[in-house]
Design a protein around this ligand. Sequence first.
Ligand SMILES: [Zn+2]
Length: 282
Amino acid sequence: MEEILLLLQKHFYMVSAKDLENYYYEGLSIKNACHITVDDGDISVYSYLFPLIKKYKIPISIYVSPYAVETGKNFWFQEIKNFDMKQLLNFLAVQKGEEIPFVGDHQVYAILKSMKVKEINSLIEAYKRAFNIPDGERVGMNLDQLMELKASGLVSIGAHTLHHPILKNENDDITRKEILQSVQDLGDLLHEEIKYFAYPNGLPGLDFGEREINLLKEAKIRLAFSTESRHFSLRDNPLSIPRRGVTKGGSTFVLAKLAFGDYWENMKKLLKGKQEKDFRYQ
Ligand SMILES: [Zn+2]
């Protein structure tokens, strides 16, 4: 992580979420800029990333669920992280009375991402009961830790729904609640107005659309981040700002990925074949 931060700092002008807001709305000119965002509020943000951004004075923004912060409950994908995915798929197949041949872990995630979050969570609970698996240990930050991040002045905190649903799969009432209540409740917890948001999973069209963008406007959100992989520019809708994922690999890999820019996604398809999203059904 330290290597990657140093590399980013060397090649880019590191800006805050507030700078980005001014860029999109106030005509602030920034060139060759990079803003770091981290979704899901994992404890590693507090343990590993926070000391480093303090050391190098790098502003970041993070996206969390007030429900997860308050209850300590893991998101569904965190809860199944150590599950045997083939067994989970078989369990789902039996429940549905269908045959679903196992292709790989990414296929199972894709199938879950085609379901409503309530169905996903019931499936996980039933599976845990059936195989005697205890609740997973908390992986998310608590309120004290978030408050410490906020007090540093380096971390902006935005909302990321309540239960991490794929918003497109949910009905109007649930989508409204997941967005508006997450913004409201997080604001209450942090005693501030929440202005930023990241869509769960974040692929435009597949995970969110016009309905979600309109709800964010209603919630007075100024910037919202997708996971569409390209550079950001003034051509973006500030409620659908693209990002590049640098979750995996060392600093050389990250540099190559950023340098190849928009060619990267095409290369990835050539090298790795089917992506998780190819297994989604609507
Ligand atoms: Zn997320």
